[in-house]
Design a protein around this ligand. Structure first.
Ligand code: GAP
Length: 450
């Protein structure tokens, strides 16, 4: 069956159910900036939690870090970002729009009949100029005495400048990694495609420090490992691919990069990059700061090489939503459902009294909900027709719904409805919490077929 999902459907669902809103909407919105509502926050938090689990909790060789967003301005000079972190841009003197010189074939000209910038004689493009992507800010109360600083465009540099602190205190020997989740900022000028490309976003980055001779092997290991993480959390393998970078697309710090790409409705696009950064960063900061960032153990002394899997939280969230989106007809009615991995679903279980006016039912349902919410994110809903309540939960991706009905009042059982198969089963209320926890601990594969 062809995929029914489009970017418009995702944007509309995200808005309708309160996952994502355009930022500053009452002032007309701000291009490439979005705000996350209740379910968006829960989903985004789950993406980060599953990443941290896989990278830190389930491993012995990676530790966590949370560094500042504003670092010493020298960090960005020494890292090469002031000099090298830019996009080549061209301006059109006719339509006054600005385009990425390397993405002209995807851009839309401001004037008709030209479709692509440069396509007709009317287009009057400047030569490409470099435009730095870092947002500048100023530290200090006074304009005259303040110091220029930058909002970090990647979380990675906070890890490199802490290499010595962490290596000493965590008592780790290469190969070992430092993982960080946090905000990054880029002054992007190309249209964002919803939350795919925004000015402000979150990254999940891990710098893996290895003996130089092992770097190539670890690079391959991390490409495979990260690919598996996406399939483990439900993305269809047919919608993922690994694309090695051509020499002319490599970042200034990288000698080898492979992107994990996802087949978004906008086409194959980067979800995560795995880069072989060599000793670029540790050597640069050693030279720039005078502090030796190397591994010393007795006679052994070397600058570790770095393999970096760098993922975007927001782009992952978008990919998980797109891949989970489904529509089907059930008993003559259309339903939209997010078939999210239960570990990612914002709400794990909904508790619904069948007849909201029946006080015995609502009391029982409320008590069950109070019990469940101590263990997982649960929701209680007693407003409207049961069918509409199910559909609401389907659209936010809640994997299970427990319904309290007449029989519950007689024998303390409830029905459990499965979001994907729609199968309903009766279970004792007393075992409900354990059953949900047990289901959450199980492996899961998406019921969606290509
Ligand atoms: N430290 C390496 C680094 O920052 P990157 O490929 O530029 O590498 C890593 O960024 C990931 O961050 C990307 O794969 C993407 O998921 C996410 N990302 C980058 N720029 C973004 C933006 N403007 N909006 C949303 N996500 C972005």
């Amino acid at each position: 069956m062809p995929d029914v999902v489009t970017m418009d459907k995702i944007v509309s669902l995200a808005r309708r159910r309160g996952f994502v809103f355009p930022s500053s909407e009452i002032y007309g919105g701000l291009g490439s900036a979005y705000d996350y509502g209740h379910y968006g926050v829960l989903l985004k938090d789950n993406v980060k939690a599953r990443w941290l689990e896989a990278m830190v909790r389930e491993r012995d060789d990676i530790v966590a870090l949370d560094s500042s967003i504003i670092l010493h301005p020298r960090v960005w000079e020494v890292s090469g970002h002031v000099e090298g972190f830019h996009d080549p841009l061209v301006d059109c003197r006719t339509c006054k729009l600005r385009f990425r010189a390397d993405h002209l074939d995807e851009a839309q000209c401001g004037r008709k009949p030209s479709k692509r910038p440069g396509e007709t004689e009317d287009c009057d493009l400047t030569e490409p100029r470099h435009f730095n992507l870092m947002f500048k800010t100023r530290i200090g109360a006074m304009e005259e005495t303040g110091v220029d600083a930058y909002l970090r465009p990647e979380t990675a540099q906070g890890i490199f400048v802490n290499f010595k602190n962490v290596a000493q205190i965590a008592r780790r020997k290469p190969p070992f990694g430092i993982a960080q989740v946090g905000k990054a900022f880029r002054n992007e000028i190309t249209p964002g495609n919803f939350i795919f490309r925004t000015l402000e976003f979150e990254q999940m980055e891990m710098e893996f420090f290895v003996p130089p001779a092992e770097a190539e092997e670890w690079f391959r290991y991390w490409v495979d490992e990260r690919f598996r993480w996406y399939t483990r959390f439900g993305i269809r393998e047919s919608h993922l691919r690994v694309r090695p970078h051509e020499a002319d697309e490599l970042s200034h710090y990288s000698s080898q990069t492979s992107d994990i790409e996802y087949l978004y409705p906008i086409g194959w696009s980067e979800l995560e990059g795995i880069a072989h950064r060599g000793d670029y960063d540790l050597s640069a900061h050693t030279a720039g700061s005078g502090t030796k960032l190397e591994w010393v153990d007795g006679e052994e002394r070397y600058t570790p090489h770095v393999v970096e899997p760098a993922a975007g939280v927001n782009r992952s969230m978008l990919a998980f939503m797109v891949d989970a989106y489904d529509e089907e007809e059930v008993a003559g009615r259309q339903r939209t459902v997010l078939r999210l991995h239960p570990g990612l679903a914002p709400v794990k279980v909904a508790v619904l009294p069948l007849i909201p006016r029946n006080e015995d039912m609502t009391t029982k349902a409320r008590a069950l909900y109070e019990d469940l919410r101590r263990a997982v994110v649960a929701e209680y809903d007693d407003s409207g027709q049961i069918g509409r309540r199910y559909r609401r939960q389907d659209e936010i991706g809640t994997p299970w719904a427990l319904t309290v009905d007449e029989q519950t009042l007689e024998d303390d059982t409830v029905t459990i409805r499965d979001r994907d198969s729609l199968a309903q089963e009766r279970i004792p209320i007393a075992g409900a919490r354990a059953l949900i926890l047990d289901k959450l601990a199980q492996d899961w594969t998406t019921p969606k077929v290509d």
